[in-house]
Ligand binder design. Structure first.
Ligand SMILES: [Zn+2]
Ligand SMILES: [Zn+2]
Length: 139
């Protein structure tokens, strides 16, 4: 995952669209809101580099892990850094888990967290099928 894709995943997981974030970044930079939205879109596509002040402003708009962002940025610069463990859907991580009504999420797969697991129809089907298979064996 690239640094921009990471921010996009975390923004989406927070339920925010580009315009929500653009509205939240009222002072940075001094652009019209629609221009700010497309500028954020280019950051998320790794076309525009992100400044430290942008990162700080984005961090105030939604939750993401600065350590993970730094790790991904280092990897993008070809540094020999271990890739962080991230959920492929919401990009949550150990230090930045999803907090639902049942508490923090956990890993159900190498790159899938329990909060996202419920929403994956293919995985859900697999659970139902394996449960049915177990029942057949038990009968
Ligand atoms: Zn997830
Ligand atoms: Zn999660």
């Amino acid at each position: 995952m690239t640094p921009g894709a990471y921010l996009k995943h975390r923004r989406t997981a927070a339920g925010l669209d580009l315009h929500d974030v653009a509205a939240a970044l009222a002072t940075e930079p001094r652009l019209a809101e629609h221009a700010r939205a497309s500028w954020i879109e280019r950051i998320e596509a790794d076309i525009v580099p992100m400044s430290f002040s942008t990162i700080v402003a984005l961090r105030r708009a939604f939750r993401f892990d600065l350590d993970v962002l730094a790790q991904l940025a280092a990897i993008a610069m070809h540094s020999p850094v271990e890739p962080p463990r991230l959920c492929r859907i919401c990009a949550c991580s150990e230090a930045d888990p999803c907090l639902g009504h049942r508490g923090a999420c956990s890993w159900v797969d190498e790159d899938l967290c329990s909060a996202c697991f419920t929403y994956e129809p293919a995985d859900r089907l697999a659970i139902i099928q394996s449960a049915a298979a177990e029942r057949d064996v038990g009968a």
